[in-house]
Design a protein around this ligand. Structure first.
Ligand code: BEZ
Length: 219
């Protein structure tokens, strides 16, 4: 994936949104922030995705996470579209800002361009990209989906929980992990360090290699 990716700093752009002008670094502040793009206003999959984000907004707020949507149409169009999103979503309000990008400058800088989707005038549309940005303003995780495939918001929450936990402890989360399940101790942590670091102890899985790298614990 060329362009902005994991480990890169979020460009400090000024963007026009449904909540007024936003400076991206100021908006992120000390929080994890999800920036998610959509091909266009008044399109079916996008309407369901933005509605789901509104429905999940409380889950993100409980985790101290901010949201910023982006679609390439202008702010006035977004404001009209929000009425449809809220109606489809049984009145649940869209409380997060949606950025506009009529000149496609933001999507280029945020690596959110879909090369296969163009509007009537031939301009590129955004992909369904989603970056989770850390309080250090660096990209921690990116999803990149085509226009035809709506995202799974439960997976966004799950990945976010993993990122937050891994930022607090020297752990990683195994396949299909969910909040509350055991985690694995990071390979960089020795057994001696792990005994001090994880007061609840840990279980090492016996493997044919006799290497003790698969260690489960709870945090
Ligand atoms: C949609 O949101 O449904 C959509 C947008 C652009 C292309 C295809 C689908």
């Amino acid at each position: 994936m060329p362009g902005l990716t994991i480990g890169d700093s979020l460009p400090n752009l000024q963007v026009d949104t449904t909540h007024g002008k936003i400076n991206l670094h100021d908006y992120v502040g000390d929080s994890f922030t999800i920036i998610f793009s959509h091909p266009g206003d008044f399109t079916p999959v996008c309407t369901t995705e933005l509605g789901a984000m509104a429905a999940y907004a409380d889950k993100f707020a409980q985790r101290g996470v901010k949201l910023l949507g982006l679609s390439c149409d202008d702010v006035q169009s977004h404001k009209e579209w929000i009425k449809d999103i809220e109606a489809y979503n049984k009145g649940k309000k869209v409380t997060y800002p949606i950025a506009a990008d009529p000149n496609r400058e933001i999507i280029k800088q945020l690596n959110m361009v879909d090369p296969d989707e163009k509007d009537a005038s031939g301009q590129n549309l955004p992909s369904r990209a989603l970056h989770i940005v850390g309080p250090d303003k660096k990209i921690k995780l990116s999803f990149l989906y085509p226009a035809s495939t709506g995202r799974n918001m439960d997976e966004v929450v799950r990945a976010l929980d993993s990122l937050i936990k891994a930022s607090q402890h020297k752990i990683a989360t195994p396949v299909n992990w969910k909040e509350g399940e055991p985690v694995v101790i990071a390979p960089s942590v020795s057994n001696d360090e792990a005994r001090k670091m994880f007061p609840k102890g840990f279980q090492t899985v016996d493997l044919p290699s006799n290497k003790d790298y698969l260690r489960f614990t709870s945090v």
